[in-house]
Design a protein around this ligand. Structure first.
Ligand code: B4P
Length: 192
């Protein structure tokens, strides 16, 4: 199986590049951001619980996102592989993911980490906010999300680096250029 984590700060292009990887490599896309937004849109109890957390730029509780991922892994038992987008976002989530995959006799192949400077992130997300109206895409919340990322999420890169699985990719350039950089790494995985 090819199991990838696509990683980076808010607005790094994780969702954008995941779409290209799915098209090229046929992996199942598991985006915790999309799952949480679907819960909010459905008006479920869980959706109501997470709405204010996301609007404040904070991370949703580990137990909630781990349960969402576990459910999806079970639903796609025959998949050729997964791309985890926006998950894991804490070391506790990374440990839980390793545990879930070990139970399925598989593991993470590698982490693709998109490196993008902060001001570029803010510019991208403010623009998206103007177009989509997403409650967390305004400058004040974006800055909070970046602080939350630096404090709680960056250590996840160190976690995978310790396993020899971290691949850093320059995340500035056209969507195609970045996609080509990622595809080169993934083809090397497939050749192994
Ligand atoms: P996510 O949905 O994961 O969103 P993101 O980090 O904002 O975006 P991403 O990096 O995917 O950027 P995109 O491709 O869209 O998380 C939202 C919130 O959900 C979190 O803040 C948190 O509260 C919660 N959450 C999610 N997962 C969680 C977890 N595991 N644990 C706890 N809480 C969790 O690109 C952004 C913009 O840039 C787009 O408009 C795109 O068009 C543009 N863009 C992309 N590539 C570009 C390029 N090369 N050049 C110029 N623009 C580009």
């Amino acid at each position: 199986m090819l199991n990838l984590v696509i990683f980076g700060p808010p607005g790094a292009g994780k969702g954008t590049q995941s779409q290209r990887v799915i098209d090229q490599f046929g992996l199942i896309h598991l985006s915790t951001g999309d799952m949480l937004r679907a819960e909010m849109a459905s008006g479920s109890e869980l959706g109501d619980q997470v709405k204010s957390i996301i609007a404040a730029g904070q991370l949703v509780r580990d137990e909630i996102v781990i349960a969402l991922i576990a459910k999806r892994l079970d639903a796609h038992a025959e998949a050729p592989g997964f791309i985890f987008d926006g998950f894991p976002r804490t070391v506790a989530q990374a440990e839980a993911l390793d545990h879930l995959l070990t139970e399925k006799h598989t593991s993470i192949t590698g982490m693709i980490s998109l490196v993008v400077p902060e001001e570029e992130l803010v510019t991208r997300l403010v623009k998206r906010g103007e177009e989509s109206g997403r409650s967390d895409d305004n400058e004040e919340t974006i800055r909070k999300r970046i602080v939350e990322y630096n404090e709680k999420t960056l250590p996840v890169a160190t976690y995978y680096q310790g396993q020899g699985k971290l691949y850093e990719i320059e995340g500035v350039g056209s969507i195609e250029e970045i996609g080509d950089r990622i595809a080169k790494v993934l083809k090397a995985f497939q050749a192994q």
